[in-house]
Design a protein around this ligand. Sequence first.
Ligand SMILES: Cc1ncc(CO)c(N)n1
Length: 224
Amino acid sequence: MTDYGRSFAAWREAAGAWDAYVRHPFVQGLGDGTLPRQGFLRYLVQDYRFLIHFSRAWALGAAKAGTLAEMRACIATVDALVNHEMPLHIRICAEAGISPEALEEAPEAPQNLAYTRYVLEAGYSGDFLDLLAALAPCVLGYGEIGLRLSREGAADSPYRDWIETYAGEDYQRACREVGALIDAAVAARLGRSPEALPRWAELAGRFATATRLEAAFWNLGLEE
Ligand SMILES: Cc1ncc(CO)c(N)n1
């Protein structure tokens, strides 16, 4: 199993929709290669817009951070998203004839609006932990999916490029760092035994809601 820290392990276990997210039919289709290309591209165009808001949310994390170490971790994630993950989207879309301009102009789908604004709102109205709990399923779920599909997916899936981006060492290291950031941020604010606190249940609730929104996001790539 992937080890992205203790908070993630507990929140993941408590999130009812975790399997619906990481074993969604869209994900299975990426792994076995049966996902129609059009659906994948529809997802990718929306995901480009998603990543813009997601990067804003991590930048908000830098503003909400309590220490220089927390600030650095947030900024490293913004860098990974903006400079490493988004170029993949731009390249795959360009290869499929979708220009950077078309990516910029694509209207945002309701699932995308719901998810990204939920995460940003968690950061605006909550504190650093609220924001991290809402961000965690996105980062770490893709890490888990990437690793599983890399091992179990079809060797000739046309989505190998996508899979290996998330299974790759750069992304996996980022996941371990985010997991460690969350555990350290929780310990600094809630102490060594946070599980019994009402605050812990709130954070687990944020994680579970973001997980449901992730599962709904995949549907963008399946609807006609
Ligand atoms: C919807 C979504 N969640 C997570 C990631 C991983 O960064 C992504 N690219 N898109």
